[in-house]
Ligand binder design. Structure first.
Ligand code: ADP
Length: 398
């Protein structure tokens, strides 16, 4: 009996110990696992934090993170560049001291205020460039403000593109509206007038016809500009003799020049041969544009020189005139779409301010360059440079 009780007691104790052991073992295992999980969580969180920090540092935009109270928490490379800082400038310094001079919107107080109010998308101008400032407040789990983030993006190029687009649309509308108004008013007059007056009818119809041509030219030029812009144009690059092309363009405009008794001099030798890889039709268009400008903007009995200069890796077409010239302040703008020094004069000559812009597009697409030099009241020189890629050495040692 005693033995049985003893066995039962031992069994019970063994069972209890076993249960305890199992229990503690499991606890120990869970503890280990928890520790392991916690360590893994820390490592993952640390990894994610470092990843985020490095992403913020690499971002092109400027990022400034201010901790509670306005101390520096992080300033990335983009912000340092914008504020003109290097590492030495900021270590242990007050933010307001280092960020001076950029914009008052970037003072500690302003950033924190803007972030708390959730202001975003403010634009500031600094040294002629535009920056958009975005603010966000950093809050803890209970929603209490713990700091602020400011993102500074340089939006100069997109602002410029936006304003160019708006200008472009308004220019196109204006350019189309002018001939359209003329056409409408002459057509209305004709409808009301005595159709027996043949002279007047013919005169009015000629005006309508020429204004329709102007609109047609404008639309065609706009379409071709858009096609070049979008890369939809298929350049037919073939090796062609440039001097022959220049001579043929001169011939095409001979009558125009003669009408104004202009002297057009071919300065290059008649037998000059210079093969250039080009889209023949487009380069001819450039030569015609530049030469017709020289004719348009040179007074009667003036002089135009057309030259071709061969260099090691390029060839230059140089067209000079002793015409009205371009004021110095307007020179940088002559390649802009629709820019004209004297709108009325250009319009009277049938110009729309697109000739040089298209010429530049074409020359750029050929890897070349178009430059203009001018003295107001004295004359203008346009230089078109085209590359001669992979030019071979001279043959004929033997
Ligand atoms: P447009 O159709 O008005 O001639 P362009 O784009 O060809 O347009 O030229 C832009 C402007 O540049 C002209 O309106 C004119 O004011 C100026 N320009 C171009 N070439 C000459 C030149 N040879 N002499 C004087 N002004 C010129």
């Amino acid at each position: 009996m005693t033995t049985a009780i003893l066995i039962t007691a031992v069994s019970f104790l063994a069972l209890a110990l076993g249960v305890c052991l199992l229990y503690f073992r499991r606890r120990l295992q869970v503890g280990d696992a928890r520790q392991t999980i916690m360590a893994a969580d820390f490592a993952a969180a640390d990894y994610r934090l470092r990843l985020l920090e490095s992403a913020v540092r690499q971002i092109g935009d400027g990022v400034i993170i201010l901790a509670e109270g306005g101390d520096f928490a992080l300033i990335n490379e983009g912000a340092k560049t914008l504020l003109g800082l290097d590492d030495n400038d900021i270590s242990g310094q007050d933010f307001d001291e280092v960020a001076t001079g950029f914009s008052e919107k970037l003072e500690k107080k302003s950033i924190i205020e803007a972030a708390q109010e959730g202001r975003s998308g403010e634009t500031v101008t600094v040294d002629g460039r535009y920056y958009r400032l975005g603010f966000a407040s950093l809050r803890d789990e209970d929603g209490a403000a713990r700091g602020a983030v400011c993102v500074i993006s340089d939006v100069t190029e997109s602002m410029k593109a936006e304003s160019m687009q708006t200008d472009f649309v308004s220019n196109v509308s204006h350019e189309l509206k002018t001939p359209l108004t003329t056409i409408k008013s002459y057509a209305e007059t004709l409808l009301k007038a005595d159709s027996a007056d043949e002279v007047m009818t013919r005169e009015f119809l000629e005006i309508i016809d020429s204004e329709a041509d102007r609109m047609d030219l404008l639309v065609r030029e706009l379409l071709s500009m858009t096609r070049i812009d979008s890369g939809a144009i298929g350049w037919k690059m073939v090796e062609s003799d440039l001097p022959a092309l220049v001579r043929s363009a001169m011939k095409k405009l001979d009558l125009e020049a003669k009408k104004k008794a202009l002297i057009v001099n071919r300065m290059f030798a008649k037998e000059l041969i210079c093969p250039v890889e080009m889209d023949r039709g487009s380069i001819e268009r450039v030569i015609l544009n530049v030469l017709s400008n020289a004719i348009k903007y040179t007074d009667e009995k003036g002089r135009i020189d057309v030259d071709i200069i061969q260099n090691e890796n390029c060839v230059q077409i140089v067209i000079s005139d002793n015409g009205i010239g371009i004021p110095e302040k307007d020179l940088p703008r002559v390649f802009e779409r629709f820019f004209r020094v004297d709108k009325a004069r250009s319009r009277q000559m049938g110009g729309n301010g697109l000739g040089l812009a298209i010429s530049k597009q074409i020359v750029d697409a050929h890897g070349g360059e178009i430059e203009i030099e001018s003295k107001y009241g004295k004359g203008t020189k346009v230089i078109v440079t085209l590359p001669i890629p992979g030019r071979r050495g001279k043959r004929g040692i033997l």
